[in-house]
Design a protein around this ligand. Structure first.
Ligand SMILES: C[S@@+](CC[C@H](N)C(=O)[O-])C[C@H]1O[C@@H](n2cnc3c(N)ncnc32)[C@H](O)[C@@H]1O
Length: 259
């Protein structure tokens, strides 16, 4: 479930998705919560107030960069999508956003005191190359903090809420396939970045009406799924929500390392 697909041209799919669904991921993640907090807030709390230079890797519309903006701190958002970045600049005209591949950052060695990423490590491949580039730009003593979905943490009682609309969809959300790798802690340890936290937190997205259902389906990667199936899944979720709100569990992982 929720694994990658080998046949998808992910480079092309991601470019098109982020051209056609600008801001959709932030729209969803700003409404996913645990104890009244969003995943963006969880990620941002990993960064010390004393960090003066922060990189938001694969920043999309810049939600994390905005959370982390402080007087006297430079926050740089980097993303591949010109469309997401245009929206990030519109939302934060004072922010610094660069269009670049996260695997080849236009930043000096050891120039960042913190590197954060919301979902960047779920999307950018290959991960070892990304970890190496993070290590290059991270200053000694700097922090890396990452959040990613953690589908393995779904529990049996989470399944009924999602199984109905997934069965109408005839598919599951996907992320680019990950080559077998030793996992984040080992990946970073190879660069001298030591794990200080590897936590899981269960978030909830509540579908109360059609708009909520549309927002969810708009924000998930569904390569190769016909538009008619997506519409049918929205209809199905909306119908269920008319009876009672549908609470969808979104388990998340926060990894924090220090160099
Ligand atoms: C799931 S979205 C997350 C966006 C944002 N961090 C958030 O949580 O709202 C993944 C982002 O990664 C970007 N991306 C994909 N591949 C990339 C790459 N190689 N370098 C930089 N950004 C990339 C996409 O354009 C997209 O904005």
């Amino acid at each position: 479930m929720f694994s990658g697909r080998e046949t998808v041209d992910w480079h092309e799919y991601l470019a098109q998705f982020h051209r056609e669904h600008v801001g959709a991921i932030e729209e969803l993640l700003q409404r996913i919560e645990s104890g009244g907090r969003t995943p963006y807030a969880w990620l941002s709390r990993a960064v010390s107030e004393s960090s003066r230079t922060v990189l938001d890797l694969a920043c999309g519309t810049g939600a994390v960069a905005r959370e982390l903006a402080r007087p006297g701190r430079t926050v740089i958002g980097v993303d591949m999508s010109a469309h997401e970045l245009a929206e990030a600049r519109r939302r934060s005209p004072e922010g610094t956003f660069l269009r670049a591949d996260a695997r080849h950052l236009p930043l000096r060695d050891a120039s960042m005191q913190a590197v954060v990423s919301s979902f960047g490590f779920a999307v950018v491949r290959p991960m070892p190359q990304l970890a190496k580039e993070v290590d290059r730009v991270l200053a000694p003593g700097g922090v890396v903090a990452i959040i990613s979905p953690s589908w393995q943490s779904l529990r049996l009682h989470d399944i009924p809420a999602i199984s109905k609309f997934l069965s109408v969809l005839h598919d599951t959300p996907h992320f680019p396939r990950r080559a077998p790798s030793p996992g984040l802690p080992h990946l970073f340890a190879a660069h001298g970045i030591r794990k200080v936290e590897d936590a899981r937190e269960r978030y909830t997205y509540t579908v109360r009406n059609r708009e909520d259902a549309e927002r969810l389906l708009e924000a998930i990667y569904l390569p190769g799924v016909a538009a008619s199936r997506i519409s049918a899944a929205i209809d199905s979720l909306t119908q269920s929500a008319h009876r009672r709100p549908v609470r969808i569990t979104v388990p998340m992982r926060r990894f924090v390392g220090i160099k």
